[in-house]
Ligand binder design. Structure first.
Ligand SMILES: *Cc1c(COP(=O)(O)O)cnc(C)c1O
Length: 445
């Protein structure tokens, strides 16, 4: 593969953009390929190389790169009528109604411009509503580039995980390992009356893909209820991907008080949202006292793209299609792993997937999860599959990044460039694409 154009573009980029990129995960080594354009389930780079794309914008592109006619015309019409106004538009109400109709926890919603902005506002809302300061997050959960959740350390012994964040932010943030019932009980025993909210992704999607163990979300729901704290599901990745239009909360049957959205709900344009019980969300200004505002919030082009994308998914068999391909891919990967790398773990559900380069596997493959880890206690892999972010980190992350990713790229398969980020199937992918991907995995593993 020739990468001359990408190389020289990155050379220019390094002079004017820190690290040559506008979001850190894009700085693939030694240099990223620059995208010229998308094409259905593929992308084409600046040198004309074509890749089967499983990055899908890191999650937003449920339908792939080609907007269906309805989405395209709605976007073009909104843009041609003047991109935005600083006054409300009907399409904001329509998208809010759509989300409230389908997502169990959402009675009211505030649209913002990124997932980060959504989680920042959700944390502020929870603190304002409860009058408490502490929040509990999962070790190695990800909630965007925000001060309160960029923490490292365990329990109450947390520090900011980035320079530039005062220690006083981390003082209010407690971490627990995902899936650890005992740890969350201990935290509520010690701090129950000070906790404003527990904030978690329903499935960890930024640190491998880690599925909840049975009963974990129910425990979070009970503990928060018992102590007057709120449960916030960060569904920025899982929203309108896992569980279809009802999102992961519908699939798992656990209803949080507040849900954050991003990614798919904007149909590929910048978006975030905070939805939840009306009495809570009404605390946002101007209805309530918790300040929240944004020049671009509820942007008409984004709202139109999000609404038409979700309507398209509702009217067509989008979720059936992407989830069936997900099953096909994950079960194919499970067979390949059993054969070639029995220590590795296949993870994911619905249209999310990843192979985690765990270091140890079972001696015998009996009764293991067939199409992605479900944390089943009876699974032969159960003792070895990651249950929390730290378990993913203990894997062969260097091998993933330096050997495996480039070997897939050389075969024309574009995966997220590290062991941690989820990969996605879109509506434009086909069963043949999945077969091609499986052949590439066979070569590269
Ligand atoms: C992507 C993501 C965010 C951050 O969203 P941005 O739009 O990148 O700011 C927050 N939470 C989760 C779970 C995410 O996956």
């Amino acid at each position: 593969m020739n990468h001359e154009q990408s190389r020289s573009l990155y050379d220019r980029a390094l002079s004017v953009l820190p690290g040559g990129v506008n979001s850190s995960v894009r700085a693939i080594r030694p240099y990223p390929f620059f995208i010229e354009k998308g094409d259905g389930g593929h992308v084409i780079d600046a040198d004309g190389n074509k890749y089967l794309d499983f990055v899908m914008g890191y999650g937003p592109l449920l339908l792939g790169h080609d907007m269906p006619e309805e989405v395209q015309s709605a976007v073009q019409q909104r843009a041609s009528e003047g991109p935005m106004y600083g006054a409300p538009t009907e399409v904001e109400v329509e998208l809010a109604e759509f989300v409230a109709r389908h997502v169990p926890s959402v009675e009211m919603i505030r649209f913002v411009n990124s997932g980060t902005e959504a989680t920042v506002s959700a944390v502020r809302l929870a603190r304002g509503y409860t009058g408490r300061d502490k929040i509990v997050v999962m070790e190695s959960g990800y909630h965007g580039a925000q001060e309160s959740t960029l923490v490292e350390g365990e329990g109450s012994e947390t520090q900011p995980s980035s320079p530039g964040i005062p220690d006083s932010f981390a003082e209010h943030t407690i971490t627990v390992p995902f899936n650890d019932e005992e740890a969350i009980h201990d935290v509520f025993d010690a701090h129950g009356e000070e906790i404003a909210a527990v904030l978690t992704e329903p499935i960890l999607g930024n640190y491998g893909i880690v599925h909840p163990v049975e009963g974990y979300h129910e425990t979070l729901r009970e503990l928060t209820d018992d102590h007057g704290a709120l449960l916030i599901f960060d569904e920025v990745i899982t929203g309108f991907r896992v569980g279809g239009l009802q999102c992961a909360q519908g699939k798992f049957g656990v209803t949080p008080d507040i849900t954050t959205f991003g990614k798919i709900v904007g149909g590929g344009f910048p978006v975030g949202a905070i939805g939840g019980r009306a009495d809570i969300v009404k605390e946002f200004t101007p209805a309530g006292e918790v300040f929240q505002s944004g020049t671009f919030s509820g942007h008409p082009v984004t709202m139109a793209a999000g609404l038409e994308t979700l309507r398209y998914a509702a009217k067509n068999d989008v979720y059936d299609h992407v989830n069936a391909l997900g099953e096909q891919l994950r079960s194919g990967l499970t067979d390949i792993v059993a054969d070639q790398a029995p220590e590795y773990t296949v993870a994911g559900t619905d249209s999310m997937f990843k192979i985690l380069f765990t270091r140890e596997g079972p001696d015998e493959m009996t009764d293991h999860c067939e199409a992605g880890c479900r944390q089943r206690a009876s699974c032969s892999r159960h003792d070895h599959c990651p249950k929390r972010g730290a378990d993913v980190m203990d894997g062969e992350t260097e091998r993933w990044e330096r050997l495996f990713w480039p070997a897939m790229k050389e075969q024309g398969i574009f995966l997220t460039a590290n062991q941690y980020e989820s990969q996605f199937i879109c509506d434009a992918h086909t069963a043949e694409d999945i077969e091609q991907a499986l052949e590439a995995y066979k070569e590269a593993l």
